[in-house]
Design a protein around this ligand. Structure first.
Ligand SMILES: [Zn+2]
Ligand SMILES: [Zn+2]
Length: 258
């Protein structure tokens, strides 16, 4: 499986910057997990292929350019953009984003070829299919309804924590899986902001280190993501100090293959 954390910003030479402001993972150039930077960082070829987007929760950094992405493609879509999310998250997207005030309700609109956007409600704890992938979602511990995921293409399995603090079901899901090849997990705030991390339900390097003790799989790649740009260097130092084998910081723009 080919996974790219899309860059959020580019420097004056058009090179991706390493700060991650928005969250959007692209799987096999075809399926997106979250859509923060989807409208600003895809190549034209990727843009022509991505028709399935899994939204883990409705926070702005995870959906910021989703409305713009659909808007950009509006006249050319031969099939609807499918937004896969829990019914709770779908309700929040309809109420707060695609509400005719912030942006049009694309799920009610058609172009010359048919509907342009379709919600696909996802179950919790049961596998479902998205394009060529099998996905299982479970609730994690964040301040709005949020899911963590395990995604499999039949050969490799990759887990996405989304945004979360200390959690249980996600680790059960991983520990029950036969195989987990990589875990993409958040580390939002430095240790000195543990209180802020707690109230906003995020990890610090210290709380992430504790949490990883719940994982029974060995040898998988652990990729730290969602590192708040304002504290990036400090968080990376603290992650390195944990001395956890196979823990590294995921680089926006780079293509990873598992
Ligand atoms: Zn969030
Ligand atoms: Zn976030």
């Amino acid at each position: 499986m080919r996974i790219q954390l899309l860059p959020s910003t580019f420097d004056a030479h058009g090179q991706a910057t390493q700060e991650q402001r928005l969250t959007c993972f692209l799987i096999d150039d075809r399926v997106a997990v979250d859509a923060g930077s989807i409208a600003i960082a895809l190549t034209n070829e990727q843009r022509s292929k991505v028709r399935d987007i899994i939204v883990t929760h409705p926070h702005m950094d995870h959906i910021a350019s989703l409305p713009i992405f659909i808007d950009d493609l509006y006249p050319t879509l031969h099939e609807p953009m499918r937004v896969h999310a829990t019914p709770e998250v779908i309700r929040l997207l309809e109420r707060d984003v695609f509400n005719w005030n912030v942006y049009p309700r694309f799920s009610d609109l058609k172009n010359d070829y048919g509907p342009v956007m379709e919600y696909v409600p996802i179950p919790l704890g049961e596998p479902f299919t998205v394009a060529h992938l099998t996905v299982t979602a479970v609730p994690v511990n964040h301040i709005v309804p949020t899911v963590g995921l395990i995604v499999s293409d039949g050969k490799k399995s990759i887990a996405f924590s989304s945004d979360t603090a200390e959690t249980e079901e996600f680790w059960k899901l991983l520990n029950n899986a036969q195989q987990v090849d990589a875990l993409l997990i958040e580390a939002s705030f430095p240790d000195r902001l543990a209180k802020l991390a707690e109230v906003s339900r995020h990890f610090t390097p210290a709380s992430l280190g504790e949490e990883l003790k719940k994982l029974n799989h060995n040898g998988l790649d652990i990729m730290a993501v969602h590192i708040k740009p304002a504290y990036r260097d400090e968080i990376i130092q603290q992650l390195n100090a944990l001395k956890i084998p196979n823990l590294q910081v995921m680089e926006p723009g780079r293509i990873y293959q598992w």
